[in-house]
Design a protein around this ligand. Structure first.
Ligand code: SAM
Ligand code: DTB
Ligand code: SF4
Length: 325
């Protein structure tokens, strides 16, 4: 249950002291109770009929040295992805302009790196400046950053940095061995210190249990400042990756995870991220009702498919949802 903590009305429900048992108790509730609570809180902070749209562009595909067991871009796994060099500035500009024309409010550039080399970062800074000129919010996900790199990105006009914790620290260890949970927290700290907004969430459906999902959300919700954007990705099972054969997650667990994220971080955008191609309209509508108010918009995520634009537009129309501008 939510405690009132005094202070000004809008701050009442924002807490940073959540403990695991409280979070598990939220998960254990009947779905109707959980979703009702999440939707009530959602309405205190957001227009429930507005959805934020981010478009992704993979600016550096494949060949990544890391061993993230879910990822088709790791050089360690035999997938259908071939490594490509860093994309040209012209292509990035064209993709940003297209995204803007299609109604996205944010443009997120992803790179299959462990961390950017300074030479690469110089080119990314140019991309950030270019995307910024188109009037879109800018976001990037480039791997681990030093404090200096974070400051340079901020200076170039980067609004958001995406860096996911992926799961609980315990489960994380079973899916990635080439960098630690602590490394990720360090990067997030550098992003915050540089003054950028944080986009941080995880992946569900990797074979983790409910405790792991609760623990991921606990770590996010006990950060000094909640991430402004919380992507909840459903694992996209890609042939050739170690997690390809993992079992299906019960769709109601997706809804529950979103609802709990909404309750723990009521003022953050909760994104129904990867995995929407495998969800029907009814399940997505239930996720929005549970408090998801952001999606990736555009026919591709990084390397895998996302719903077609007209499919999403039809869904928004049927649900009476409007895009955030
Ligand atoms: N290489 C950088 C890094 O890992 O920090 C940035 C790009 S990486 C592809 C961005 C995020 O995509 C990962 O942290 C992970 O959460 C998500 N991701 C990658 N493969 C995925 C998959 N198959 N299903 C769902 N999410 C995935
Ligand atoms: C995030 O949380 N999800 C996005 C984005 N941040 C970079 C990535 C999803 C990737 C899904 C698999 C792929 O397309 O390669
Ligand atoms: Fe590399 Fe990022 Fe994929 Fe991990 S998730 S293998 S770091 S591209």
């Amino acid at each position: 249950m939510i405690d009132r903590h005094g202070g000004d009305a809008e701050q009442d429900f924002i807490r940073h002291d959540w403990i695991q048992t409280e979070i598990l108790n939220l998960f254990y509730q009947p779905l109707n109770d959980l979703v009702f609570q999440a939707q009530a809180l959602h309405r205190r902070y957001f227009d429930p009929n507005v959805i934020q749209l981010s478009t992704l562009l993979n600016i550096k595909t494949g060949g990544c040295p890391e061993d993230c067991a879910y990822c088709p871009q790791s050089a360690r796994y035999q997938t259908s992805i071939n490594a490509e060099p860093l994309m040209s500035l012209d292509k990035v500009r064209a993709a940003a302009e297209q995204a803007k024309g299609q109604g996205a409010s944010r443009f997120c550039m992803g790179a299959a790196w462990r961390s950017p080399k300074d030479r690469d970062l110089d080119q990314v800074l140019e991309m950030v400046r270019t995307v910024k000129q188109s009037g879109l919010e800018t976001c990037a996900t480039l791997g681990m950053l030093t404090e200096e790199q974070a400051l340079r990105l901020k200076e170039a006009g980067l609004d958001f940095y995406n860096h996911n914790l992926d799961s609980s620290a315990g489960f994380y260890r079973t899916i990635i061995s080439t960098r630690t949970y602590e490394d990720r927290l360090q990067t997030l700290k550098a992003v915050r210190q540089a003054g950028m907004s944080v986009c941080c969430g995880g992946i569900i459906g990797m074979g983790e249990d409910l405790q792991d999902r609760a623990e991921l959300l606990r770590v996010l919700a006990t950060m000094h400042k909640h991430p402004e954007s919380v992507p909840i990705n459903l694992l996209v099972r890609v042939e050739g990756t170690p997690l390809y054969g993992v079992e299906n997650l019960d769709p109601f667990e997706i809804v529950r995870t979103i609802a709990v994220a909404r309750i723990l971080m009521p003022a953050s955008y909760v994104r129904l991220s990867a995995g929407r191609t495998g969800m029907n309209d009814e399940l997505q509508a239930l996720c929005f009702f549970a408090g998801a108010n952001s999606i990736f918009y555009g026919e591709k995520l990084l390397t895998t498919d996302n719903p077609e634009l007209d499919k999403d537009q039809k869904l928004f129309k049927r649900l009476g949802l409007k895009a955030l501008h």
